[in-house]
Design a protein around this ligand. Structure first.
Ligand code: HEC
Ligand code: HEC
Length: 193
């Protein structure tokens, strides 16, 4: 600790001495009893066990009760698209993806069908404008933003998994098309100008 820091610590230390123990200059004093400011007894929250925290009602690190789930879609081209979970949510993948993962640096089957030039011929929805744009730098890229390369980071295939926790969430779509189409890039700065 240099001299000026030591002086500053001394000044702070003197003025807060009644309320603070330890502080400047290294390890806190383990033997001192902290004094709560309002002198009220604070009860620590109950400690939850790993089992109580688990939605599967078993220890978090165990997976014997993990419900099995299989993707329910058929090959691309055989499925109806699914309503968006909320406005501009990444759409669920309605088809099976087993043949297209893992996505690797050298091969991205998803983009082979969903790129803007070929999607129509494939009967697939093309990636939206937002995927070709660098949102952080405000730049049009003209090609897939590498940040969007790993499709399954955001898009997941529909499975038959049962709901672990019931909820009453209901999406509130603002237009007739926003349950089936994406326009995130157009919406991003809404209300800013
Ligand atoms: C062989 C072409 C092909 C490949 C490969 C493919 N898709 Fe698709 N995808 C389709 C078609 C066609 C549809 C339309 C629905 C259908 O028929 O299954 C679709 C639908 C989708 C949708 C829903 C779009 C919407 O408008 O709701 C998403 C999301 C999607 N695919 C993501 C992916 C991802 C992620 C991968 C890679 C893991 C992938 N797809 C691989 C052809 C393909
Ligand atoms: C970082 C998350 C993320 C990644 C990675 C990502 N997407 Fe998306 N995707 C989204 C979101 C969010 C939307 C809907 C909002 C939007 O972007 O307009 C979307 C929308 C889509 C749509 C629907 C387009 C429409 O017009 O409705 C398709 C198809 C799609 N993505 C395919 C892909 C494919 C293929 C990849 C990989 C090459 C990919 N996405 C990677 C988040 C992601």
């Amino acid at each position: 600790m240099n001299a000026s820091v030591r002086i500053l610590c001394t000044v702070i230390g003197l003025s807060l001495a009644a309320a603070m123990v330890g502080g400047c200059g290294g390890e806190p004093d383990e033997t001192a009893t902290p004094q709560p400011a309002d002198q009220q007894t604070v009860t620590a929250p109950a400690e939850y066990t790993a089992q109580q925290l688990s939605y599967r009602h078993e220890p978090l690190e165990a997976d014997s009760a993990t419900p099995g789930a299989t993707t329910s879609g058929g090959d691309p081209g055989d499925n109806a698209t699914l309503a968006r979970s909320f406005e501009n949510a990444p759409p669920l993948i309605p088809h099976a993806i087993d043949d297209f993962v893992p996505i690797t640096a050298g091969e991205n089957s998803c983009f082979e069908c969903h790129n803007r030039d070929d999607a129509a011929d494939m009967g697939a929805t093309p990636v939206p404008d937002s995927h070709l744009y660098d949102i952080r730098r405000g730049r049009q890229l003209g090609d897939l933003n590498p940040a969007n390369y790993n499709c399954t980071q955001c898009h997941v295939a529909l499975t038959d998994a049962s709901i672990l926790v019931d909820n009453e969430f209901a999406p509130d779509f603002r237009s007739d098309t926003s349950d089936s189409a994406s326009d995130l890039l157009q919406r991003l700065n809404e209300g800013v100008e």
